[in-house]
Design a protein around this ligand. Sequence first.
Ligand code: ZN
Length: 117
Amino acid sequence: MFTIKKKFYFSASHIIEGLPDSHPCSRLHGHNYIVELILAAELLDQTGFVVDYGDLRSFKAIIDNELDHRHLNEIIPGPTSAENLAYYLFQRAKAIWPQTVAVCVSETPTTWAEYRP
Ligand SMILES: [Zn+2]
């Protein structure tokens, strides 16, 4: 199995609904998010790629145009946790590249959430 990964960056605000007022994530705040897109294939294409990294610019366009400097609660269906954001972005990527195997989302230097079916 061949696997490739590419990182993407954006900044956005959110509120996690349903938490007690004492929880910091219940208040309006923002993150400098890192998204890692992971694709895999048993066989390489004719040029030796899983997917050309250059083709992933359409995933960057989704992030830049739909998420960057936005309020995620107005965009993401359901909770705006890193876990659900990873699920949302996985669905978007999988619709374009069947080779998509996982999406990871980081909100802080020490935390990552991953969605992998
Ligand atoms: Zn947060």
